[in-house]
Design a protein around this ligand. Structure first.
Ligand code: TRP
Length: 337
């Protein structure tokens, strides 16, 4: 049998998962599991690069693990980054194969350093923030990933990963690392229902995102108050708010309602309240399923945790092998594992 290609992706443990995260990333992770050998990380070392609360980090990490499994990610695909400390070791080695200038030119660094300065009390920007993409390169290369499903915003980081791999290969005189490719899947992009001109995101505040585990009552309320038409859309064009509701319907898998309501729209007879009800019904059904699954997992908390500790340990064995070979190749001393 032909060996499956390796896919690697990761997510930072920061609070709730909303429908923007789900439709834009996690749902795709779940689908990729059918076709590829997938490894997905909850990257807690990355979460330390911005001002954060040390008393909450571990709780967020485990909460995200439970959330991901409830959404359909297989526990055996999951690992917690800090349970695989070889990522940090490889990051150090990669630091010495990374161009400092290239790091300072990263768009995410420019954005986040401005943000860090605003949110920290003492204008603190950590060196970890600058180094963030090198740790990301270690996440990817340590498992020899062929593909990395990422959004456009991560393209530059993947490019950097490829430069690091290339420089490493050149310096050690061996085509050791595979150059990973981005996997751009067409994913639905959902916007804030409260302001459909911006994307759904946590940073803008509670009304700008819908938690995937939301209770029916609040979920319906959020959809009912969705902005449909702010009155500034040229005639003959669909307003961003209405587009977004259709997008949510399609992403949620309710193709039938999508078809019928689109037909009504084209004939000029769409009632917004019907569109909103259809969206609410679709999301409520999804969220109810997710909440049920999560409650089941929470009832077996200990087992789930042990399962993910075991999968992290199994995944760690792969990482250890890579680091051992890398140390060999770059002239560092090595101990047998
Ligand atoms: N930087 C990614 C993000 O903000 C998260 C991430 C960390 C990641 N390591 C990774 C994504 C490795 C893909 C592969 O979304």
């Amino acid at each position: 049998m032909e060996q499956k290609k390796q896919v690697l992706s990761a997510i930072q443990p920061t609070g709730d998962i909303h429908y923007g995260n789900y439709f834009g990333a996690v749902q795709n992770w779940v689908k990729l599991q059918e076709q590829y050998d997938c490894i997905y990380g909850v990257v807690d070392y990355h979460a330390m690069t911005m001002p954060y609360n040390p008393k909450k980090l571990r709780e967020y990490t485990w909460e995200l693990i439970f959330n991901l499994i409830a959404l359909g990610v297989k526990p055996e695909s999951l690992f917690i980054q800090s349970l695989v400390p070889e990522h940090a070791e490889l990051c150090w080695i990669f630091n010495c194969f990374t161009s400092y200038g290239q790091l300072t030119r990263m768009t995410q660094f420019k954005d986040k350093s401005a943000q860090a300065q605003e949110t920290s009390e003492d204008n603190f920007i950590s060196a970890g923030l600058l180094d963030y993409p090198v740790l990301q390169a270690a996440d990817i290369l340590i498992y020899r990933a062929d593909y990395v499903p990422v959004g456009k915003d991560q393209e530059q980081h993947l490019e950097l990963t490829r430069s690091i791999a290339q420089r490493f290969n050149n310096q050690v005189g061996k085509e050791y690392f595979v150059l990973p490719e981005p996997l751009f899947t067409e994913v639905p992009k959902v916007r804030s229902t409260a302001d459909p001109t911006r994307k759904m995101s946590k940073s803008a505040g509670a009304k700008h995102y819908i938690n995937v585990f939301e209770e029916e009552k609040r979920l319906r309320k959020q959809i009912r108050s969705a902005v449909t038409d702010a009155g500034d859309t040229p005639t003959g064009q669909m307003s961003p708010g209405v587009q977004n509701l259709f997008e949510l319907l399609r992403a949620g898998g309710n193709q039938e309602a999508h078809g019928n309501l689109m037909q009504a729209y084209e004939q000029g007879g769409l009632k917004y309240v019907e569109l909103k009800d259809a969206v609410a019904d679709t999301l409520v059904a999804l969220s109810n399923g997710f909440r049920e699954k999560k409650a089941e997992l929470k009832a077996n908390k200990k087992e789930v945790k042990n399962q993910v500790k075991a999968s992290s340990a199994a995944i760690r064995a792969q990482a250890q092998q890579t680091v051992k070979e890398v140390k060999e190749l770059c002239g560092l001393s090595n101990v047998k594992f």
